[in-house]
Design a protein around this ligand. Sequence first.
Ligand SMILES: *Cc1c(COP(=O)(O)O)cnc(C)c1O
Length: 380
Amino acid sequence: MKRRIDTKAVHSGDPRPRLQGSIVTPIFQTAMYEYNNENRYPNRYIRLNNTPNQLFLNEKLSALEEAEAAMVMTSGMAAISTTLFSVLAPGGHLLCQEALYGGTYDLLTKDFADFGLSYDLIDATKPSSWKDKLKSNTKAIYVESVTNPLMQVADHKAVVEFAKSHGLVSIIDSTFSSPINFRPVQIGYDLVLHSCTKYLNGHSDIVAGAVIGKAELVEKISHKLNHFGSTLDPHAAFLLNRGLKTLAVRVRQQNQTALKLAQFLEQHPALAKVYYPGLESHPQHQIARELFDGFGGMLSFELKNGEEATKRLLERLEIPTVAPSLGGVESLIIRPSVTSHSGLTPQERHRAGISDWLLRLSVGLEAAEDLIEDFSQALV
Ligand SMILES: *Cc1c(COP(=O)(O)O)cnc(C)c1O
């Protein structure tokens, strides 16, 4: 029977019949496994990502994304770099969205050339501009489901179509959406990447990543991964599996709270601009409405009175903690210009539309009313 995503988050991947009747799947804290008839070469070994806690998770993740295969690994960056090296090498060229996660942007700008790889940036909201950037060695197109920190939404259907018509692998970092809000494989993406550190684990206590999608591509990536060695430890795999069980309720609650907060902020006289795909004022609101089941727990905004008002707000806020990262149960707020996007030059930031005093908020699971009251008292 086809199960709904909430049920899959709780049960998919966990072994049936239950091991020793155990309701919670135990941690297989063993690096090596006996070599016997059922367990042939390549043997089970943690680095090879073929031990029970890893396999259970792979199955749950492919069920959630409705994909053929999945592979967990040590971090979101491990998933991104291993995937790109596998898909592009040797000598490949990548088309990728302008506003990328900082680590991904650094991988392209600082490491790609060392490995004979190249890239061009595209405006992912303007499909007509992409063809000019194609090269004979272009192998893939890479976007994020919702970008950081301005919450831009690419023309995802056009990305998939473009990839199909030019023989490219379509890759999406869907960290900001999670499979609760968007399942990119359903619209034709080949590979979906996650920093499981964020929503999928959801408790800000481990680092993990995953690549999910076409079995043939995931298999190819797994061979590189075996040599690069970015394996997820069984204990972290256990915690990620536990976090995933509550994914649906967490993300839906965060969607609701973020929308209420975005609406509150948008009408507040101290605010100059609010960026949230769930607001009708958002330039890609229609695409988000069409493709997403929820608009996410991330939003950003600018105050009218720049420096002074922003500093005062950060001092006065009692609930959100000033800290990077996202997707956990606690609300976190940062200034991208001095944190996630401090690696860009002021001109690059300006071109990307990221003002010096922009704030980005990851909405947690505190009561929406408490967060609104807190912003209300802090925005004086
Ligand atoms: C955090 C993040 C990453 C990197 O993930 P790590 O788990 O920290 O390696 C990649 N992409 C996005 C969109 C992220 O938010």
